[in-house]
Design a protein around this ligand. Structure first.
Ligand SMILES: [Zn+2]
Length: 230
């Protein structure tokens, strides 16, 4: 199969590998067998099996950052199908509602700073916390937790706390008692280190020739349907 090099927005800094060794191939029929199953609670699990087959050079696929996951899915949408993504758009200039095709090749991928390292130690009003970026495996664990529990908000952050002295229950308890100002600091860590495609695209109004940048509501599971439109 045709594997080609891919540059990931995380620069692979959290994988402990040489970023230049990572390769990817476009999708084939057997991959669509997985794509048609995407959308439910098992989506992240299915994406992991898809990546195990289309990627080379990353030993632990579960450790792929959430930002890289978005970048890889966008790469597959563009290179295995089409960069043209149909969206409903209301022009802010003339309010004309229309169907336009966003060009996914125009989407910018935000890179993680190349000197990024983790865990990142964060000073809180009550002590300190060490954090790491969210991964594909975290998404899989979160989906499982959501099935078994009614709430998962604090769990999603507790997963990314690096502390060998606390198990996941203790980490959730730690967050439960934390002042909301400290929780904001934790959230800011994820915002500041968010990477991957920003999904912003320039579109042109067919009626008034207005040109504006919008955020494309990209859903990877729509690739099959979109590819049959032209
Ligand atoms: Zn217009």
């Amino acid at each position: 199969m045709n594997f080609v090099p891919i540059t990931l927005p995380s620069h692979c800094v959290t994988y402990g590998i040489d970023a230049s060794t990572v390769c990817i191939r476009p999708l084939v029929g057997k991959d669509e067998e997985i794509i048609v199953q995407l959308g439910g609670a098992n989506t992240s699990k299915k994406i992991k099996s898809l990546f195990e087959s289309v990627l080379q050079g990353i030993p632990d696929i579960g450790q792929i950052t959430a930002g890289d996951v978005k970048h890889i899915l966008l790469w597959e949408a563009i290179n295995s199908y089409t960069p043209s993504y149909p969206i409903n758009y209301i022009c802010s200039g003339c309010l004309h509602q229309q169907q336009v095709a966003a060009d996914l090749n125009g989407v910018n991928s935000v890179e993680l700073p190349s000197d990024y390292s983790q865990p990142k130690r964060l000073k809180l009003s009550l002590g300190e916390v060490s954090l790491r970026l969210r991964t594909l495996q975290d998404e899989i664990n979160l989906a499982k937790y959501q099935e078994e529990n009614s709430v998962s908000y604090l769990f999603s952050y507790a997963q990314c706390i690096v502390d060998s002295d606390m198990d996941i229950v203790q980490r959730i308890e730690f967050l439960s008692d934390l002042p909301t100002k400290d929780l904001s600091l934790i959230r800011r860590f994820f915002v500041e280190n968010d990477h991957g495609p920003d999904m912003k695209c320039v579109v042109h109004c067919v009626q008034c020739e207005n040109e504006e940048e919008i955020v494309v509501p990209f859903q990877f599971q729509n690739v099959l349907e979109n590819a049959t439109k032209s």
